[in-house]
Each structure stands twice: as C-alpha cells, then as structure tokens.
Design a protein. Structure first.
Length: 136
C-alpha cells in the first residue's frame, strides 16, 4: 500500500513539473530560425480542371446554380435569390472563375465536390454565372 502512495506522489510531481514547464503562460510559435526545411504551398492542379478550358454561359450557369446542385441552399447570391448561410456569401467574396471551377470540381472543407455530378461545361457555366453576377 505504501508503495502505491509513493508511485502516485511521484506521478503527481512529474505531471506538475511538466505542466509547469509547458504551461508557463507564454506562447511558443515556430520562427524562421526554428523551422527546418520549407513549408510546401499547394497550388491548385488546374490541369485536372477541364472546365477552365471552356467558355461558360452565364444563363445556363444560373440554371445549374438553382438546379440539382442546389448551390443556393448553402451560398448567398442575390442574383439567384439565394440566402444560404452554410458556405461563403458569394456576393461578398466575389470569387474569380478559377476559384469557382476549382471548388465546384474538387470541393474543399464543407463543400462537396461536384466534379463527378456536373459536366465540365456545367461547371464552366456556373463559374461564368457566379463571376458575372458578383463582378468577381
């Protein structure tokens, strides 16, 4: 029984020392002097985005936006009468064509990928519609 108390006391002491050294109230952050190597910057793979090679039709894109893809259920876009609040407000973010094509094709974060559900032409169309209606 006595041995258990000694082990418990040592464990509490060790945790206290670790916490005292790690939780001293100062923030520690990586600095250029402490980081070894380089952080890779992920560039979008535009070669895998055939919609970027196409000319989009904004009128057809409005139909895609409101149709089966239900873009307006997540995004706000005044021209479409959409007031979704899950994804970014497109009127405020004013995305450019490349960003719209990349996100619609591949998704990111909470946005699902639609590259398997929409044709490259439909993606180009919705990108043209969004950029035209937001002046993105």
């Amino acid at each position: 029984m006595r041995r258990t108390h000694v082990v418990a006391a040592l464990l509490v002491l060790a945790i206290g020392l670790l916490a005292g050294g790690c939780l001293d109230g100062t923030d520690q952050a990586a600095t250029p002097e402490t980081v070894v190597g380089e952080v890779p910057v992920a560039e979008p793979d535009t070669e895998a985005l055939p919609a970027l090679e196409l000319t989009g039709d904004p009128a057809a894109g409005k139909t895609v936006f409101a149709g089966a893809s239900s873009c307006g259920s997540c995004h706000t876009l005044a021209d479409a009468g959409a007031s979704g609040a899950v994804g970014p407000n497109l009127d405020e973010s004013k995305p450019d064509t490349e960003l719209v094509v990349t996100r619609v094709t591949n998704g990111q974060g909470g946005m699902p990928a639609f590259g398997e559900q929409l044709t490259p032409q439909q993606i180009a169309d919705v990108a043209a519609y969004i950029t035209q209606s937001t002046a993105g």
